[in-house]
Design a protein around this ligand. Sequence first.
Ligand code: HEM
Ligand code: ISQ
Length: 147
Amino acid sequence: MGYTENQLVLVNGSLESIKQNLPQYSVLFYTFILEKAPAAKGMFSFLKDTAGVQHSPQLQAHAEKVFGMVSDSAAQLLAKGEVVLGDATLGAVHIQKGVVGPHFEVVKEALLKTVKEAAGGKWSEELSNAWEVAYDELAATIKKAMS
Ligand code: HEM
Ligand code: ISQ
């Protein structure tokens, strides 16, 4: 079955919860990533020289961009059943930073855990699945651009 309106509503509702406390959830997002892939710390310009994960405007802006792009991916899936990457340079950016396939699973897990925290009592398997499908489709477009 294709992506549904309800799935988009679920994604955007929890995106609002994330945005209501973006400093906290962006730090949490990176913390989950570095738990699984400690070496990824050196890949992010705004993390490599800090102790642990420290809040900064750049860190928050990057996290917000990723959450926003997954929401946009969900909207594209609903509207036309596929995702087209808006920024054609994203493949090259990630290659240049040393990103490889397995990193996308790490980021997915971290994203879903962050969504779970932010959604609180509103979390459900259905909500998580709506994020997962939109992320997977978006990740596939970036991986394709990297290949
Ligand atoms: C940079 C999005 C997956 C690591 C970026 C940028 C965007 C982005 C928009 C900024 C590009 C620019 O400089 O204009 C995404 C999305 C992803 C994804 C939507 C998944 C669907 C990953 C993965 C990794 C990663 C799996 C590896 C852990 C990085 C790094 C940068 C970057 C290290 C450069 C950050 C810096 O400026 O220092 N990504 N990314 N990304 N991404 Fe991703
Ligand atoms: C991937 N690419 C760019 C920025 C990011 C921020 C948080 C988590 C993953 C990311």
